[in-house]
Design a binder for this molecule. Sequence first.
Ligand code: DP6
Length: 361
Amino acid sequence: MTVAEFIPEPYPDVLPKGQVTWQAPSNIALVKYWGKKENQIPANPSISFTLDSCRTTTSLSFQKKEKLDGFFDFELLFENEKKKSFRPKIEQFFKRIEEYLPFLRNYRFLIDTSNSFPHSSGIASSASGMSALALCLMSLERSLVPGMTEAFFIKKASFLARLGSGSACRSIEGELVVWGSHENINGSSDLFGTRYAGEIHSNFKNYQDSILLVDKGEKKVSSTVGHELMNGHPFAGSRFEQAHENIDKLREILETGDLDAFTKLVESEALTLHAMMMTGQPYFLLMKPHTLEIINRIMDFRNSTGLHPCFTLDAGANVHVLYPEKEKEEVRKFITDELAQFCQNGQYIHDQLGKGAKEVS
Ligand code: DP6
């Protein structure tokens, strides 16, 4: 599949106006995307769990312009307020995708968006936000292109979401999504995410993710800058190779349900991600003292109980605690009793594996 397949034929129909709403989930990578090439092409393949309750809901209202003026015309509401600071990101997104959605300059849009998780919680909202918006735009395109298949709709939504934010392309479907071409995963692509179709052991059914909000502040270094620092990074080559190998290892773990091996792989991926940040030039550090305190306590708890919570991290200080559903009660008690004290304002969010985005009527 090449990008040419996402460029539509001239639309036979014109849709004067309408409104669509989509809810898209956040996702948490097990094997991380860190480093990219031009046009949002990942430097290595990644795989993620799709979450369930951490979601962005976006409504897109559109009205055909009477006079075509050649501009992108949109207004943006975030949690019912005009949000100027988001405009450049949307403008850039529209520029990147207009070749694939040539109607973009012909409509006036109102984008009304809100998150299920607390505002400025430090949870990456670009993944759920960009995928929700991409899905809304695809709904509009589907009305213009009769006979579009569901499979193409999903694929193109992921393709577009990727151009908004790389990890967003993994937020369309559930429960595990691969993005980036991997020689042993049929159909995997650098251009869009695909649902992981391999065998998955029942240990991973309804896998839990509790997100501990350690630091809700603005990130000192954005993901985009972080990705750039992988260009010329002294360990980049071996890191990218390792990600390919880790996906192979994870495939086996998912099949056998080996939770100890899962822990080793997922925690090592998280620490490697942060090690890349700490060993680049310029180097930077996103973990906080409480991040480390939580990590140490999770390791101790595992050793003393034989249970299987493991941690992973995004490009920030928050900690995702992953654990099997059957250990939910004990692990949640441990979170409340021991880990909540290290969260900002004691805040954490319990989530679990989800099935992907849905249209809201
Ligand atoms: C650490 O997808 O936020 O969460 O493509 O520049 O928008 P851009 O980056 P983004 O990077 C996410 C990086 C990560 C790992 C991951 O989700 O795989």
